[in-house]
Design a protein around this ligand. Structure first.
Ligand code: ADP
Ligand code: MG
Length: 275
């Protein structure tokens, strides 16, 4: 229910795929940075105990005073957890390994699926005027990922252009449907983005053709190429658009941000996703 006394709510996007290594964190960091570069105010929530999004944005574990764990399980206010990054317009809610015990602790919590939902809707966050909140999910369909899906307006799915890429999707879609039926009726699919795409590789082309045939317009036109600058950037604690602004990876993430912004109001259903 929207409250007329509050500013427009940020659009909350969960970046999820239960497979590891498909480009979730890379997409979370770089899409956030590209949206921020485009003038949007963005909060990136690190929901992976590995904390790679936090490290990739240059926030060392010792500097993570409060974390996503404190936010959802210790009632620490969102405004006390988030911190600015070196990227203008981009804030981070950092994670550390303490989040790895969260799943177990959530099980016995009455509000186990709604903690993130409630945490992200605290009124004192209004002053930040966030346009987007992106959530970098862990590589599982655990209660943490469920929390992200319950909190979110939409789910963005990175799909690595490799063999069996589509196989894992049905499990993800099943979870998404369950969340819709139980807790978040309006949850949409933001889109599927092909990552680590190699145009010279037949397999990449094959996966793309397959994904577009099966998922239709849910698949972003923009594809993220395999690009060494993208994989180097985190070790310099920078998004690729800051590390090497003219690299292919930078151009792709900027294009993805623009495509997402232009799709913003377009209703993309999830009807096309089969069983
Ligand atoms: P996930 O969060 O899904 O586990 P990551 O984003 O951490 O996946 O990516 C897995 C690995 O692939 C990382 O080492 C990352 O640097 C690398 N990687 C991701 N996207 C690209 C890309 N477009 N080009 C090259 N390497 C990439
Ligand atoms: Mg990750």
């Amino acid at each position: 229910m929207s409250d007329p006394t509050r500013p427009p709510a940020p659009r909350i996007i969960a970046i999820a795929n239960q497979k590891g290594g498909v480009g979730k964190t890379t997409t979370a960091i770089n899409l956030s940075a590209a949206l921020a570069e485009a003038g949007r105010r963005v909060l990136l929530v690190d929901l992976d105990p590995q904390g790679n999004a936090s490290t990739g944005l240059g926030v060392e574990p010792a500097d993570r005073r409060h974390t996503t764990y404190d936010l959802i399980l210790d009632d620490v206010a969102l405004v006390d957890v988030i911190m600015p990054t070196t990227v203008e317009n981009l804030w981070l809610c950092p994670a550390t390994t303490d989040l790895s015990s969260a799943d177990m602790e959530l099980v016995s919590n009455e509000k186990r699926s709604f903690l993130m939902h409630d945490a992200l809707r605290q009124p004192d966050i209004d002053g930040y005027g966030f346009d987007f909140i992106l959530i970098d999910c862990p590589p599982s369909l655990s209660l943490l990922t469920i929390n992200a899906m319950v909190a979110a307006d939409s789910v963005l799915v990175p799909l690595q252009a490799e063999f069996f890429a589509l196989e894992g999707l049905s499990q993800l879609m099943l979870t998404l449907r369950e969340v819709r039926q139980s807790a978040n009726t309006d949850l949409r699919i933001e889109g599927v983005v092909l990552t680590m795409y190699d145009a010279r590789n037949n397999l990449s082309q094959h996966v793309e053709a397959d994904a577009r045939a099966t998922l239709g317009e849910l698949v972003f036109r923009t594809m993220i190429p395999r690009n060494v600058r993208v994989s180097e950037a985190p070790s310099y604690a920078l998004p690729v658009i800051a590390y090497d602004p003219s690299s292919k990876g930078s151009l792709a993430y900027r294009a993805l941000a623009q495509e997402l912004l232009s799709r913003h109001d377009r209703a993309i259903g999830s009807e096309r996703i089969a069983g």
